[in-house]
Write a new protein. Sequence first.
Length: 129
Amino acid sequence: MEPGTGPGGSDRLPAPGPRRLSPCREVEMAEQAIVIDPRDSVAVAVVELAAGQSCSVRRGDEVIELRTRDRIPFGHKVALRRIARGESVLKYGEVIGEATADIEPGDWVHVHNLASQRGRSRPDEEVGR
């Protein structure tokens, strides 16, 4: 691009939109979501996953096959197994929160069904003290 020919006459390119895969490029199933630690109960989507999409996730030597029950946005968590209400959710091999509802394999795991354990304070605690 020549100087001054970008949007509005500037040299900046427009911000990229959502990452979309070409229909011609077949993505390996194991590329669609990753498990950070073998103890994790969730995987992280590395592409947006559609509701009802089949997905294979590698956890160590094990390959977990699941079908997404919800749309899973890029970078968000998908349950690898059933997580009962009140059970700890693990990511990075660490507890990141507690399930506020029963979560089934393939469910989107986010604020609607997960209460974070990090940054919690009791109502009687003052922030910053």
